[in-house]
Design a protein around this ligand. Structure first.
Ligand code: GLN
Length: 535
């Protein structure tokens, strides 16, 4: 592949790497740089390269890795892709999720197919070449393509990726590549000082691999003095105004503004040659609406099983926040442990949200939450598993006391939720769920069609089990109606309780399509209903 020229200009690439430790916010930094470039009128594409040997994120434990984000074309990816979509307002594809496991699996398949003509197959140049091809392919026709490299520079697994992005400058020209290194500077409480040594080492590591960064992002928990930036500049050889201090902020949506105010802005101007002033007013507005003092505050109960890692439900939380800003209410989240939940927990919140989930742990607590919402007219929003537990609750209310999903009780006689055709036997395999965008048709006059403002919609999916239509009568007797199906009418996509102030559940994951600047209609409807009810 050759370097690409878009509209007479060379395509630009920005690489974001991390040092000291992972999870320091490279994804937010990458997305924020993208947002600044968009605000200058440029088109931006973005990609995450993960060096670990998984083929995708589908089988990773959300407790360790956070949410599995699903793209429209059905890739199960790292949660950073969710940040990218929210910050940039775009929909990425599987090309934006590049995992070493997938590249290696493809390389080995090619080797077996005899495509290397008898040559030795090696990490360099074959894997590094495949990484570079994946980067150019993901870049499409954008003005600027941003590539975040997961993990920390120096990790064994990551070496091929660091080498690939170093070589990439040879492919497209160093002047078309910008390297941004994000490092962490710890604060030592006993001596009350910030320690730059790990960051210095991390910068040395990167230089040792042949990359001198153009910019350094310095992450700290609390604001660090300017002297920390000076020191890092001195030791890294990166100009002081290209070193930006990035302390923790109250909201991630502040980061584009912080970076735009720093010397990195001028670096971006020089790098892209785009002198147009960035219009970041929408970011200022969103921060103002987030920090506003609302007259009304509402509490949403999130009935969940992973209680110790908020990242597990990050898109759901961001979708709730976006809806709260749009409706103009303050939002409080109350985490309700599905395994211990009691009616008093459901009673103590203004609305209940049941997010997606897999496996039997905590399931009875979620069914109890749906039952509580149905019998107490408590606003309810069910996402994927949240629809399935609502259907189980309704069927039980109609007298099917053994109603269950075969996911949780394989031999249940009343299998109101059961395996889709073709899914049997695939329960623990990767990439075999019903994934990505699927259309649905909504019943005219239903609550959901009013919220969407149309009857044909598309939402992202990630599930294996379906509503068993054999039990529709009992589900209806229990208080729910089917308000949306697949276009052929075979699969139940939405249910709602017509008598409730708001009880809506979907087999899809609408949270993936919510944006900070365009809240999702189902979340807005949920929030509005809670606000109206509390009047
Ligand atoms: N475990 C359920 C299924 O596979 C729900 C999945 C989900 O909530 N994403 O159908």
């Amino acid at each position: 592949m050759e370097d690409k020229t878009v509209m007479g200009k060379k395509q630009k690439y920005i690489f974001v790497t991390g040092g000291v430790l992972s999870g320091v916010g490279k994804g937010i930094t990458a997305a924020s740089i993208g947002a600044i470039l968009q605000a200058k009128g440029m088109s931006v594409s973005i990609q995450k390269c993960d060096p670990y040997l998984n083929v995708d994120a589908g089988l990773l434990n959300p407790k360790e890795h956070g949410e599995c984000f699903v793209t429209k074309d059905g890739a199960e990816t790292d949660l950073d892709l969710g940040h990218y979509e929210r910050f940039l307002g775009i929909e990425v594809t599987q090309k934006s999720a590049t995992l070493a496991g997938k590249l290696l699996a493809d390389l080995i398949a090619d080797e077996r197919a005899g495509k290397f003509g008898g040559h030795t197959v090696q990490l360099v140049p074959h894997l590094t070449g495949a990484i570079q091809n994946a980067i150019q392919s993901a870049a499409g026709d954008s003005d600027v393509h941003i590539v975040e490299i997961g993990g920390t520079v120096g990790d064994y697994e990551g070496l091929s990726f660091i080498e690939a992005i170093r070589e990439f400058a040879g492919r497209v020209g160093r002047e078309n590549c910008l390297y941004v290194h994000v490092v962490y500077v710890p604060f030592i409480g006993t001596s009350k000082e910030f320690k730059t040594k790990p960051a210095q080492n991390a910068l040395n590591d990167l230089r040792g691999f042949g990359i001198v960064p153009d910019c350094v992002g310095v992450r700290t928990d609390d604001p660090a003095p300017e002297s920390i930036g000076n020191k890092i500049s001195q030791f890294s050889g990166v100009a002081r105004d290209s070193v930006v201090l990035l302390p923790n902020v109250d909201t991630v949506y502040r980061v584009p503004l912080t970076i735009a105010k720093s010397g990195i802005y001028d670096v971006l101007v020089r790098f892209t040659g785009n002198k147009k002033e960035a219009d970041l007013s929408k970011w200022s507005e969103i921060i103002a609406s987030q920090s506003a003092n609302y007259a009304e505050n509402i509490t949403v109960g999130l009935v969940a099983k992973y209680m110790d890692n908020e990242d597990t439900y990050i898109s759901v939380l961001e979708a709730l926040k976006a809806a709260a800003w749009q409706v103009g209410v303050g939002l409080k989240i109350k985490w309700i442990n599905a395994e211990l939940a009691q009616p008093v927990d459901f009673d103590s919140v203004d609305g209940l949200l049941i997010p997606g989930g897999f496996g039997p742990r905590g399931i009875e607590g979620k069914i109890a939450a749906a039952d509580y919402a149905l019998s107490h007219n408590k606003p309810y929003l069910g996402l994927c598993l949240g629809l399935q537990v609502a259907v189980i609750a309704a069927a039980r209310r109609a007298g099917l006391s053994a109603a269950n999903s075969t996911e949780f009780q394989i031999d249940t006689p009343e299998d109101v939720i059961y395996l889709m055709d073709g899914q049997a036997g695939k329960e623990s395999t990767g990439g075999t769920l019903r994934l990505g965008d699927y259309p649905a048709k909504l019943k005219a006059e239903s609550a959901v069609s009013k919220l969407y403002g149309k009857t044909n919609i598309v939402e992202r999916h990630r599930h294996r089990y379906e509503v068993n239509k054999k039990f529709i009568k009992q589900i209806e007797d229990g208080g729910l109606v089917v308000s949306g199906t697949s276009p052929d009418g075979k699969l139940v996509e939405f249910v709602e309780a017509p008598k409730a102030s708001f009880f809506v559940a979907t087999q899809a994951h609408p949270e993936f399509k919510s944006r900070p600047f365009a809240a999702h209609p189902l979340f807005v409807g949920f929030m509005q209903a809670i606000k109206d009810k509390s009047k």
